[in-house]
Design a protein around this ligand. Structure first.
Ligand SMILES: Cc1ncc(C[n+]2csc(CCOP(=O)(O)OP(=O)(O)O)c2C)c(N)n1
Ligand SMILES: [Mg+2]
Length: 332
């Protein structure tokens, strides 16, 4: 049943895990910083929503999955897609609208999709993918599998009907779906307390008789521990769960709102940046003696190289031909 939980002491960290989690978060951060640069240069068009600040949620949560488990996300999905294992070169090519992109250049930033790693997409309509996650959970049960589905979404979906319909169905039909609400306290420029009567989102689990829990979304180890527990249970007993990961986006909603400065104070943003998930894990790793300064520098260099390579790959990929307009419309 629903419960609030504050992790006092993060779980144990060894060198392999520290490098893996830090490497993934650093890759997502660098990838998106570069994507913002490419957007400013006009190489990326359309919408672009950065995940900077929230990396611990995608990385901590997906680190508990098997490769055949599923993840699905909203339009702020670069991080989830990369954390699930997609090739950064193909993600960048999709942002560039190029043929070698994950969706053949036809989807762009909000519509990454990668069957090869069971990433079931970025979705632009707020809340629309929550029932899709329930459908994926239904398919798993129907086919007798033991995979689980992680569904990431924002606090702005909670006051929509789809959230409640999906929660009811996964509870009623016992589907192995874990809903992870990334509560970054804003839906575009609207603060959560102006939109939700109940701002403790994990409490909605109680209504549907499923497990609910809040977790510090800036602490990758806390997310990993929390999601790891519910994933294990979902795999074993088909029990769904609702996790509220409390996090913060350091940038604005999208490139049209680069700093989010109109509806948040500079002090608030600066205060939240003190809890940068990458800095927190780095400090923890150094303190525990499982990371060295040299390890951190090597990780930074590796991700910078990988992102440069992704940009070169995207630049070299051709535009999709006009005939692509008529492909992938219907399933064969
Ligand atoms: C059904 C629907 N209504 C409105 C929008 C416009 N819209 C795009 S993002 C957004 C805010 C969503 O905020 P949240 O769910 O908290 O996600 P975050 O951007 O914070 O990651 C809105 C209202 C939309 N895409 N879909
Ligand atoms: Mg939000």
């Amino acid at each position: 049943m629903a419960q609030a939980k504050t992790t006092i002491l993060s779980p144990r960290l060894d060198a392999v895990l520290a490098r893996r989690l830090l490497g993934q978060m650093a890759l997502i951060r660098r990838f998106e910083e570069k994507a913002a640069e490419m957007y400013a240069l006009g190489k990326i068009g359309g919408f672009l929503h950065l995940y900077i600040g929230q990396e611990a949620v995608a990385v901590g949560a997906t680190s508990t999955l098997r490769p055949d488990d599923y993840a699905v996300s909203s339009y702020r999905e670069h991080g989830h897609c990369l954390a699930k294992g997609s090739d950064p070169r193909r993600v960048m090519a999709e942002l560039f609208g190029r043929r070698d992109g994950l969706s053949k250049g036809k989807g762009g930033s909000m519509h990454l999709f990668d069957k090869s790693v069971n990433f079931l997409g970025g979705h632009g309509i707020v809340g629309a993918h929550l029932p899709l996650a329930a459908g994926a959970g239904f398919a798993i049960n129907y086919q007798g599998g033991d995979q689980v589905v992680l569904c990431f979404f924002g606090d702005g979906a909670v006051h929509e009907g789809e959230f409640h319909e999906a929660m009811n169905l996964v509870a009623l039909w016992k589907l192995p779906v874990i809903y992870i609400c990334e509560n970054n306290r804003y839906a575009m420029g609207t603060a959560i307390h102006r939109a939700l009567a109940q701002t403790e989102i994990w409490r909605f689990a109680e209504t549907y008789g499923i497990h609910g829990e809040a977790v510090d979304g800036m602490d990758v180890l806390a997310v990993r521990e929390c999601v790891g527990r519910v994933v294990e249970r979902a795999r074993r007993d088909k029990t769904p769960a609702l996790i509220e990961a409390r996090t913060y986006r350091f940038r604005g909603h999208s490139m049209r709102d680069p700093a989010g400065a109109v509806y948040r104070t500079r002090e608030e943003v600066e205060r939240e940046k003190q809890r940068d998930p990458i800095a927190l894990l780095t400090a923890r790793g150094l303190k525990d003696g499982v990371l060295s300064e040299a390890d951190v520098r090597a990780i930074e260099q590796n991700v910078a190289d990988a992102v440069d390579e992704a940009v070169a790959f995207a630049e070299a990929s051709p535009e999709p031909p006009a005939s692509f307009l008529f492909t992938d419309v219907y399933k064969d």
